[in-house]
Design a protein around this ligand. Structure first.
Ligand SMILES: Nc1ncnc2c1ncn2[C@@H]1O[C@H](COP(=O)(O)OP(=O)(O)O)[C@@H](O)[C@H]1O
Ligand SMILES: [Mg+2]
Length: 308
């Protein structure tokens, strides 16, 4: 992949307002609705967070990710590693960078350790054999279960973080109109609360783009902790539902560590909450067939979760 270098005037503007940034070449490592991530090529990454993006607020995401990284403090096992937090700042003025910056207003930045590896996304699996895919899935599942245990040991009880499943439902709900959708999301919330899974520290957004894979013996990198929180462990598995056999491998790896398969009722509810968020973000936009698919997926996943 061609790397896009960061414009010298933007670098200069960033160096003026953020202390201790290196000179030299920087590259764009990622760009999403919530901002840019810059590789500073000194073993650190700078994440610029927009005030507004998808649903929720950039300020809240920045605060949450900072707190999570701070508490986890570079947590590392044989199976996973979380980047160390190096610095962060929230800006009251979204235009701190002046004319060198062309993007939307910024909530602030955070700087963290650069983890080795590449996103473990689907393209990595193209051409990979079934055994390679299974190994990746199993290592992801084992890493998730280990993360829950180790993060719980590090955080203790008094974390003050909310439940990411309930948070995502709350954010999705106002965007889904129609009394039927609202009633079903209400039933989903009630079902989740009633099921009362044991709360563990959750990454909150473990899709493949937030998992970095290096060499075969390296721990997986867990990045992007903006949706961190406390809730039922099954919620961290929801992103793999659409990944077919990879999902089964993730479950196997997870079960090998916990000694039990995930609770499928809780898992289905997590999948449905995620489907609601996807529909809330993308709505009926884009190609009509894609919009219909998102709608169908919400109906189907709610049905699977026992909600009509
Ligand atoms: N600590 C890190 N180490 C290595 N790469 C990173 C790190 N943080 C982010 N990246 C890269 O930047 C991309 C976007 O970062 P992420 O935190 O996931 O932000 P977004 O909110 O845009 O999803 C990631 O997919 C990854 O390629
Ligand atoms: Mg991400």
């Amino acid at each position: 992949m061609d790397q896009q270098t960061i414009d010298e005037s933007l670098q200069g503007a960033l160096r003026e307002v953020i202390p201790d940034l290196p000179t030299g070449l920087w590259h764009l490592a990622g760009e999403g609705v919530w901002g840019k991530v810059l590789d500073l090529h000194d073993g650190t990454m700078l994440k610029l967070v927009h005030r507004n993006g998808g649903i929720g607020s950039g300020d809240t995401k920045l605060i949450r990710e900072t707190r999570a990284l701070d508490l986890l403090n570079g947590l590392r096992t044989d199976m996973f590693v979380v980047p160390k937090l190096i610095g962060q700042e929230r800006w009251s003025n979204g235009w701190m960078l002046g004319g060198a910056y062309m993007g939307p207003p910024l909530a602030g930045w955070l700087r963290m350790e650069k983890l080795p590896g590449h996103c473990a996304d689907e393209t990595m699996l193209h051409g990979a054999g079934a055994s390679e895919r299974d190994r990746l899935g199993e290592s992801i599942g084992a890493a998730i279960a280990t993360f829950h245990e180790e993060a719980a040991a590090r955080l203790g009880e008094a974390s003050g973080f909310g439940d990411p499943m309930l948070r995502t439902l709350k954010e999705a709900e106002p965007r889904l109109n129609g009394p039927h959708d609202k009633a079903r999301l209400e039933a989903l919330r009630a079902g989740w609360t009633r099921a009362g899974g044991k709360a563990v520290p959750l990454h909150g957004d473990l899709n493949l783009t937030n998992i970095l894979k290096g060499g075969p013996r390296d721990p997986l990198g867990f990045i992007d902790l903006a949706e961190f929180g406390m809730g039922a462990a099954e919620y961290d598995l929801h992103h793999f539902e659409m990944s077919g056999p990879l999902r089964d491998a993730v479950f196997r790896g997870y079960g090998a560590i916990t000694g039990a398969m995930p609770d499928m009722d809780l898992y289905r509810m997590g999948v449905a909450a995620s489907a609601a968020t996807t529909l809330a973000i993308a709505g009926g936009g884009g190609h009509p067939r894609e919009a219909a698919r998102r709608r169908y997926w919400l109906d189907e996943s709610l049905y699977q979760a026992g909600i009509d």
